[in-house]
Design a binder for this molecule. Structure first.
Ligand code: SAM
Length: 292
């Protein structure tokens, strides 16, 4: 087996060879601990039959661990300076394709058909750039990209919000948007010391697994998310107050909103953080006809 990229010595060697300077604005914190990488990959449950999408391969630290276990890896890197580095560091692996592209500008449906038509199982494995964690996850979920799971490193605080349950401080519209599609659990907490350079925040690896069935029947998913986002605009306010200010013409439609609450037997004086996804679904279904 080749020597790991993810050791402090080898990483420093590679960075020196290419005169590479980190760009903070691109969330460049590279992993330098092979044990963490092995752990991430073990959570992804990879086999020869698995295709993997990686976001931000950096100098290839995680990519090589994925390549050793998966059938194929397609990795998207926004920073052109890393392409010659990756060509060099990943040369021992013939199942890796690097694409120089911003993942947020990528047509993922085309990626799935062009690269993964022969794979029945495709997962996302990544140490995400922290400045765009949520937009990246939501691009996969809202775009209905058929990946079965995601094992992704992110800021611990974001992982806590994603996995939060009703009645907790961290619970909010992000918990609802992601838990609507995926089962979410924190696989491990990761100290700052395993990165180069060290980030200012604690990190966590989040394991998302696609739900077999949606937790609730909704008329319009976008409207469910609009209602849940709107209900948390001011956490201390009641849902009624929040929805009046956040929904279009909400103030003028106060009676209609109250009517919807009454029809489903829900107290409009509750706060957003007390509602389950199923309750938000019921509420958004009841409000739907009044806003469309
Ligand atoms: N995977 C490497 C590792 O674990 O050592 C690097 C992870 S580093 C946290 C994030 C990587 O994502 C960087 O290489 C950065 O250049 C890249 N990146 C940042 N924004 C991106 C985007 N929008 N699309 C694709 N890659 C991006």
């Amino acid at each position: 087996m080749n020597k790991d990229i993810a050791t402090p010595v080898r990483t420093k060697e590679i960075l020196k060879k290419y005169g590479f300077a980190f760009k903070k604005s691109l969330g460049q914190n590279f992993l330098i601990d092979p044990n963490i990488l092995r752990n991430i990959v073990s959570h992804a449950g990879l086999s020869e039959k698995t295709g993997v999408i990686e976001i931000g391969p950096g100098i290839g630290a995680l990519t090589e661990h994925i390549a050793r276990s998966a059938g194929k890896v397609v990795a998207f890197e926004i920073d052109g300076r890393l392409l010659p580095v990756l060509e060099d560091t990943l040369s021992p692996y013939d199942n890796v394709t690097i694409i120089h592209q911003d993942i947020l500008e990528t047509n993922l449906a085309i990626v799935m058909t062009e690269h993964f038509a022969d794979y029945e199982d495709v997962v996302v494995v990544a140490n995400l750039p922290y400045y765009v964690t949520t937009p990246i996850i939501m691009k996969f979920l809202l775009g209905k990209v058929p990946v079965s799971g995601m094992v992704i490193m992110m800021q611990k605080e974001v992982a806590d919000r994603i996995t939060a349950l009703p009645g907790t401080k961290a619970y909010g519209s992000l918990s609802i948007a992601i838990q609507y599609y995926m089962d979410a659990e924190v696989a491990m907490i990761v100290p700052k010391t395993v990165f180069m350079p060290q980030p200012n925040v604690e990190s966590a690896v989040l394991h998302l697994t696609r739900k077999e069935t949606a937790p609730a029947q909704v008329i319009d998913e976008d409207f469910l998310f609009e209602v849940s986002r709107g209900s948390f605009v001011q956490r201390r306010k009641t849902i009624l107050n929040n929805l009046q200010s956040s929904l279009p013409d909400g103030k003028a439609k106060k009676e209609l909103i109250l009517n919807a609450f009454e029809r489903i037997g829900m107290d409009p004086g509750r706060r957003g953080e007390t509602l389950t996804i199923e309750e938000f679904a019921k509420l958004s279904n009841a409000l739907y006809d009044d806003f469309f």
